[in-house]
Design a protein around this ligand. Structure first.
Ligand SMILES: C[S@@+](CC[C@H](N)C(=O)[O-])C[C@H]1O[C@@H](n2cnc3c(N)ncnc32)[C@H](O)[C@@H]1O
Length: 711
């Protein structure tokens, strides 16, 4: 550290005693790690989370689907003459905040698996750099489009990213990029996709985290689509920063790395034509002659003009999933082929519609992808199953993938926490806010306050009420704590209120409670709890989680499943509110108690209501069957605090093995309501059926049957 003069030392003391911030010059005098060029913003911190949360496998997709009625045992695990399922590594689709995912991958037991299979060779990310973009999404219902608003958890992530504008975006990406660097293989590469809004700050952050000597390219992806402004040139490109950790592998031998010569080069240099009609050129270098053909093209530069955005965004394009920020597959194909070889591991922690995973799978790479939104996870699930089906049908190999979430969460983020506060103040503010929220939610639920419980805060109509965490989904651990207190205090009837419930949480945990004589009713807290007017007008509806009804069709030892009913109870806005606020000649789509209704006003103010969801099947986007639910236990790996060893623990639940599935696609809007029939071994078994609704939320039910005999 530079020696401070006695005057400077006194000055520092004076500032500290007066409680004033030190002048900027001391940054370079006091700190060891002083960078000459560095991006500084309010809230910048070198603190990086090292939390390790266990990954829970909630679903596994081994095989695209059993196409026809078959013996499951034979069809699933034996090789056929089409594409084969590759063994070993299982690809990973992870639901959750990527900060916790990254730190759990970096510091947890999965790291070993990643290293053992050669390390993470490529990370591509496309973070939400569009200030103001939120998590709302368009959902199609027949001919109409409905805008589903972001749920509370998504809104918190949005606030974390943009709450304080560019400063909070920088903090968000800074910590995650440090974690990504640490996870990357020594010869790995990272590509960060951004546009004019954040490109300059991301470049400086990357220079700092990965070192400017590891800068490789500033790729300009010029995509052409979009409007034509009057005041400036049309903005038609994104920037992709390409950095490496050390000396990266780089491959130039694939076709996608080549582009056609421009006309002037062809006219000047490729004048010769051989007997096959191919244009060629002979170049003399150091006395040797080199022959090149025009149709072989040249190595693509760092300006990419040959990848149209329309491939991903046009509704008529084959690869479009309808996800608003989807990127074209060709873009990812070039990146993946340039920086990996077959079998390498590729990751995308802001996965969106799953473009990176889809291209990686098609190119025989292994992959990890994550996203915070359930709709993204569901879009990726359907996309990956489609890719598996295509690969299998074309005789190409494919891999199984699993859907995971993080089993337990810390409570660091908090809705509305002032990001300017120091750590200890944040904790104090956090617990005060938590109490306020609980009070608010209880008021909206019309419950009275209850004291003296660990997990209950209220009571209503003879039931105790537990308010789930405000910032993360209600997890199995949370419900287990509720059950524990019920058993200790002989409580039998409870409501659990949650903004979001962990995927795959139901029905097993509720069955478990029922077997102990406890009736748990989980209910969704609607967004409207934060709207005072809605509370006053009684427009806040805490709705039940969805319910599925199925029938098992048994013929001898063959079993098929038929879906017979599906009910959802969502609400978003209300019909009466729309009727009173709509202008003439306008319309609005609302969801009320599980019905999607279009409310319209004509030019003379006459209101009409049209119900858009006419049948219960309209709510379903996807459903799948696991014909032997209890065949695969859900195991998590957690660290034993005494021995510091990783231990495998059975969570008490099972992994949903996605053995047969049907879903709507952009082209195929129909849905089968009966599964194939599967030949099963005689005896009792539990069959699980999972339904994903058009908003991307999943629900599961379990049927118990007796195959080949009486129950
Ligand atoms: C621009 S989109 C990615 C689109 C993607 N490249 C594709 O081709 O579909 C950014 C994604 O990041 C996700 N996201 C935002 N913040 C996140 C976070 N903290 N953790 C995980 N995912 C996040 C959003 O849900 C969104 O799907």
């Amino acid at each position: 550290m530079a020696q401070l003069t006695p005057q400077e030392q006194q000055e520092v003391v004076r500032f500290l005693e007066a409680g004033k911030p030190l002048p900027d010059k001391y940054r370079f005098l006091l700190f060891d790690d002083k960078r000459q060029v560095e991006l500084v913003w309010n809230g910048k911190s070198n603190e990086v989370t090292n939390a390790v949360l266990p990954f829970q496998t909630i679903e596994q997709v081994d095989e695209p689907r059993s196409e026809k009625d078959a013996s499951l045992q034979f069809n699933l695990f034996d090789v056929d003459d089409r594409g084969r399922q590759l063994k070993g590594w299982t690809n990973k689709l992870i639901w959750g905040d990527n900060k916790l995912i990254l730190s759990s991958l970096k510091n947890g037991p999965l790291r070993e698996e990643i290293e053992a299979s050669g390390g993470l060779k490529l990370i591509y990310i496309d973070p939400p750099f569009d200030v103001g973009a939120d998590f709302s999404m368009n959902v199609e219902i027949g001919e109409e489009k409905f805008v589903k608003k972001a749920n509370i958890l998504e809104e918190i992530a949005y606030r974390d990213t943009w709450g304080k504008g560019q400063d909070s975006f920088n903090s968000m990406i800074y910590e995650r990029l440090i974690l990504m660097r640490d996870l990357l293989a020594e010869d790995g590469s990272i590509y960060v996709h951004c546009d004019y809004r954040v490109t300059s700050s991301i470049k400086m952050i990357l220079d700092e985290i990965l070192d400017s000597k590891n800068f490789r390219n500033e790729i300009i992806w010029s995509y052409g689509a979009g409007g034509n402004p009057k005041e400036f040139f049309p903005r038609k490109h994104d920037t992709i920063w390409f950095y490496s950790k050390g000396t990266p592998s780089f491959y130039t031998d694939s076709e996608v790395m080549r582009v056609p010569y421009d006309k002037s080069t062809l006219d000047t240099h490729y004048k010769n034509i051989d007997e096959n009609g191919r244009r060629y050129r002979i170049q003399k270098v150091n006395g040797r002659e080199y022959l090149t053909y025009a149709d072989e093209g040249k190595l693509v530069t760092d300006v990419w003009t040959d990848v149209g955005a329309q491939n991903a965004t046009s509704p008529i394009s084959k690869e479009s999933t309808g996800y608003p920020t989807q990127k074209p597959e060709k873009l990812l194909e070039r990146i993946i082929k340039a920086s990996t070889k077959e079998g390498d591991l590729v990751a995308d922690f802001f996965g969106g519609s799953g473009t990176t995973a889809a291209v990686a799978e098609k190119l025989g790479r292994r992959w990890i992808t994550s996203d915070l939104g359930k709709f993204s996870i569901h879009t990726t699930r359907k996309r990956m199953i489609t890719v598996q089906r295509e690969l299998k049908a074309n005789g190409q190999d494919y891999r199984a993938f699993e859907i995971l979430n993080l089993g337990k969460y810390d409570r660091q983020h908090y809705i509305g926490t002032n990001l300017d506060l120091r750590q200890q103040d944040q904790v104090a503010q956090q617990s005060a806010r938590e109490d306020e929220f609980t009070a608010l939610i209880l008021e909206a639920y019309k419950a009275e306050k209850a004291e003296g419980f660990k997990t209950f805060q209220g009571k209503k109509a003879g039931r105790l009420v537990s308010v789930g965490p405000v910032n993360v989904p209600v997890s199995r651990l949370f419900v287990e704590e509720v059950i524990l207190e019920c058993r200790e205090k002989k409580i039998t009837r409870v409501d659990i209120l949650g903004f979001e419930f962990e995927m795959g949480l139901f029905p097993n945990v509720l069955e478990d409670a029922r077997s102990k004589g406890i009736d748990i009713s989980p209910k969704h807290i609607p967004r409207e709890v934060f709207d005072k007017r809605a509370i006053e007008k009684n427009q806040v509806i805490f709705h039940n989680v969805a319910a599925i009804e199925v029938k098992a069709i048994l013929k001898g030892k063959s079993v098929a499943i038929e879906l017979s009913d599906f009910s959802v109870f969502y609400s978003q806005d209300s019909v009466s509110e729309a009727e009173s606020t709509l202008k003439d000649k306008a319309s609005k789509i609302v969801v009320e108690k599980g019905q999607i209704v279009k409310v319209s006003k004509d030019k003379s103010g006459i209101v009409t209501r049209e119900q858009l969801t006419k049948k219960w099947t309209d709510w379903i986007d996807y459903w799948a069957v696991d014909f032997n639910f209890e065949s695969k236990r859900e195991i998590v790996r957690v660290k034993n605090i005494d021995t510091e060893e990783w231990e495998e623990i059975w969570t008490g639940d099972y992994i949903f093995e996605n053995e047969w599935q049907t879903f709507r696609t952009k082209k195929e809007r129909g849905l089968e309501l009966k599964s194939v029939a599967i030949e099963c071994t005689a005896g009792p078994r539990k069959i699980a059926v999972k339904v994903v609704d058009i908003f991307g939320n999943d629900t599961m039910t379990i049927v118990e049957i007796q195959v080949g005999g009486k129950k």
